[in-house]
Design a protein around this ligand. Structure first.
Ligand SMILES: Cc1ncc(COP(=O)(O)O)c(C=O)c1O
Length: 423
């Protein structure tokens, strides 16, 4: 008799007894991934997400991390984390609905409300989970007891076409053309045309502030104006611009003033804050209802208490105590973009913190990545489904701790490969 393990494996390889079922084809797919250069999942030997990392026994200059302010390696930030771990422990002990939250969670959520001027916040384990929780809660129905129910089964969603994978994934259960619609990227006029056709329905408009791949920034006043004209709710995913943009003296201040008018805002802790987690802010009752409506806070974990404490600290640091961190960073990003422009490479036009270059086919992107790696540079190449098919992108997010030598080294390599890769 075959063991359970062998039996399960036999099903994968097609050797299982019984009538033949369609093959699983994992082997073929995995081989295909290896052939386009995605076979090796790198691991960092020391600290991760910093401008120089140890990988495979080599020191690499790292242009791939998204925690671009490098706060997580500051002594004071680490101190807050370790102190909170000792005071509040390493875990909440369960889901939000059963265990409640800890003081650091309350503090983190209050801090976010203060910054974004909203009434209430709810935290999730990641930004992706927050997006899924939101769309799920706003699109489904729940009945607790007679009279205590919420029916969202008629709600319609209108997405910017370039919205993040996590938002589209969250809407998998909604039929396109019935409950799910889209508008042309960053185009408030096209949104208006879609909303005109949906009058009389409850609508949620979903878009991002700064788009992950090309760094484009949404015309948020215009979009929110249209939402308000048609009585639609608005949801902005601000994973990328959170704590960077907003103040009047920084770029995109006008757009960010528009963002604050939206009904809901989602932020990720992965980028400027440099940790992991996601939160949604908005009006009090809808956010409170969402905690239970989406059930995303009932069946999963939230961020750990030390993460919450450190997130609150980082938010205060960047908005009140040391906002210069961001100002100095933005100045360096501008200079970096200037250097790339002088090289004449195909940069995406919006001068935000994403300094992205169009590369081309997946195969070309992977070859370019390998070339940089040979020379000790780790660069991020985004391929389908993060990018459009056959349109891989080198998405460069400068790190606040990259030195001039790191940047010079990168530019030298870029010059070297520019012709060969037609960049
Ligand atoms: C626009 C956008 N939304 C959501 C997410 C998911 O956030 P998280 O990594 O916190 O799950 C990302 C992540 O990069 C993102 O860029």
């Amino acid at each position: 008799m075959t063991s359970t393990v062998d039996g399960s494996t036999a099903a994968l390889t097609g050797d299982a007894p019984g009538p033949a079922a369609p093959a699983w084809r994992f082997g073929e797919f995995a081989e295909g991934l290896r052939q386009i250069g995605l076979g090796h999942m790198p691991h960092t030997e020391g600290m991760s997400g910093i401008p120089e990392v140890m990988m495979g026994g080599r020191k690499l200059v790292n242009f791939a991390p998204v925690n671009f302010l490098n706060l997580h390696s500051r002594e004071d930030v680490m101190g807050v984390f370790t102190d909170a771990a000792r005071t509040y422990g390493l875990a909440t002990g369960g889901a939000r609905i059963s265990q409640g939250v800890t003081k650091p969670h309350v503090d983190m959520e209050a801090e976010l409300c203060r910054i974004l001027g909203k009434e209430r916040a709810v935290g999730y384990a990641t930004g992706l989970v927050a997006n899924i929780g939101f769309i799920h809660g706003m699109s489904k129905s729940i009945k607790w007891t007679d009279g205590l129910e919420m029916d969202h089964s008629d709600v319609v969603f209108v997405y910017d076409r370039e919205s993040h994978w996590s938002l589209w994934k969250a809407a998998d259960h909604l039929k396109y053309g019935e409950r799910l619609f889209s508008f042309k990227h960053n185009n408030a006029e096209d949104l208006e045309k879609v909303l005109q056709r949906l009058q009389g329905k409850r609508v949620v408009v979903v878009f991002e502030s700064v788009y992950s791949l090309d760094g484009s920034v949404a015309p948020m006043h215009d979009i929110v104006d249209v939402c308000e004209r048609y009585g639609a709710l608005s949801f902005v995913d601000d994973a990328n611009g959170f704590l960077v943009y907003g103040p009047a003296h920084r770029p995109f201040a006008e757009e960010y003033a528009g963002m604050l008018r939206s009904t809901f805002i989602m932020v990720s802790l992965k980028k400027a804050v440099g940790l992991e987690g996601g939160l949604i802010v908005g009006p009090s009752d809808p956010i409170f209802s969402l905690e239970l409506l989406g059930m995303t806070s009932a069946f999963t974990a939230q961020v750990q208490p030390p993460t919450a404490a450190t997130a609150a600290y980082a938010m205060r640091l960047l908005t009140q105590d040391e906002p210069k961190i961001v100002d100095n960073y933005l100045e360096r990003v501008e200079k970096f973009r200037g250097l790339l422009s002088e090289e004449g490479v195909r940069l995406y036009p919006t001068p935000s913190i994403m300094t992205s270059l169009h590369v081309g086919s997946e195969e070309k992107g992977m070859r370019l990545k390998a070339k940089f790696l040979e020379h000790g540079y780790r660069i991020p190449i985004y391929v389908f489904p993060a990018a459009k098919k056959n349109n891989s992108v080198m998405r460069l997010i400068l790190n606040a701790s990259h030195t001039d030598e790191h940047i010079d080294g990168f530019m030298t390599l870029l010059r070297k490969f520019k012709g060969e890769f037609d960049l």
